[in-house]
Design a protein around this ligand. Structure first.
Ligand code: ADP
Length: 279
């Protein structure tokens, strides 16, 4: 898409001297705007559906309340409860995404990743056990500290492991790996590689580039296994905020591995601290 701007050029006495033509390529801008409207319409639809269902249930119980068999009442209430959970997940994801994209700055500091991994394991261990999936950690013994934001990174682990458990059948395995890369190199070249691997259903090659896309194709994914379709957009945003890139390797029926690298924390020298203090 091209935007063409025409303007008359005047001389010092306001007499027309010529015409200036500016041509701008606004393809990307147009695409983003379209994707944004699509996103808003998808989200509105997704918010209205559970609200409509909850309201219908309330109205039914109001109208027929005591005349309904107890089991039906229980069933209605259970559905209302599930719909409320769905609404909560969606609102939380949309708010997280809006906050990440608002341009607010996050505090970055030295982070112990093994702590975030342990916390994730604790969160999901019971869920994994109930599903008959083994959830394990593999890590370089002494991980260096990395530079990042703890809460954001915890959310990345939570979303990736949550997905891995969701898309892996009983008897499968989910592994969180953390490796120290280039331990002999300069601090600036060192990194920690994070991998979340599962033995689940996998992702078709043509879908792999799409799953991280912001705003795009949310609707197609929304109904899969209770997801909101926003989890990986959030992961992508957070990893990019850490000046890194999320990748996926996956084979249908075999499993998926999501991975990214994080730069190690470089302790500030006195010079840097003095320079920062002076600005
Ligand atoms: P959702 O809330 O639907 O899980 P996500 O953005 O987290 O949304 O993921 C988008 C889609 O990517 C999922 O609906 C699913 O189709 C696919 N996906 C994500 N993680 C995995 C995984 N570990 N294994 C297989 N498919 C996955």
């Amino acid at each position: 898409t091209l935007r063409i701007l025409l303007a008359t050029v005047l001389d010092g006495r306001d007499t027309p001297k010529g015409i200036a033509i500016t041509v701008q390529d606004i393809t990307r801008e147009t695409e983003l705007n379209e994707a944004k409207s699509q996103f808003i319409s998808n989200v509105s639809h997704e918010l209205r559906t559970p609200l409509f269902n909850i309201k219908s249930i309330i109205e039914t119980i109001q109208e027929f309340g005591n005349n309904l068999p107890v089991e039906s009442q229980q069933e209605f209430l259970m559905t209302a409860n599930q719909e409320t959970d769905r609404l909560t997940r969606l609102v939380n994801d949309v708010l997280d995404l809006a906050r990440l994209e608002s341009g607010r700055s996050y505090q970055f500091e030295a982070i112990d990743l093994s702590q975030a991994i342990e916390q994730t394991l604790r969160t999901y261990q019971l869920n994994a056990q109930n599903k008959g999936i083994s959830l394990v950690k593999e890590s370089t013994p002494e991980l260096p500290l990395i530079r990042g934001n703890y809460d954001l990174l915890l959310q990345v682990f939570t979303n990736l492991v949550g997905n891995a458990l969701k898309f892996t059948p009983e008897g499968g395995k989910v592994t969180i790996r953390a490796y120290h890369l280039h331990p002999q190199a300069d601090l600036a070249a060192q990194a920690v590689r994070i991998e979340v691997a599962d033995t689940g259903m996998g992702i078709a090659p043509e879908d792999q580039p799409k799953i991280f896309e912001r705003f795009v194709r949310v609707e197609n994914r929304v109904h899969t296994l209770e997801g909101t379709g926003l989890g990986l957009c959030i992961v992508n945003d957070i990893v990019q905020k850490h000046e890194s890139q999320i990748h996926v390797i996956s084979e249908v029926g075999v499993g998926s591995t999501f991975w990214f690298d994080l730069p190690v924390h470089i302790p500030e020298t006195l010079d840097v601290m003095l320079a920062e203090a002076a600005t």
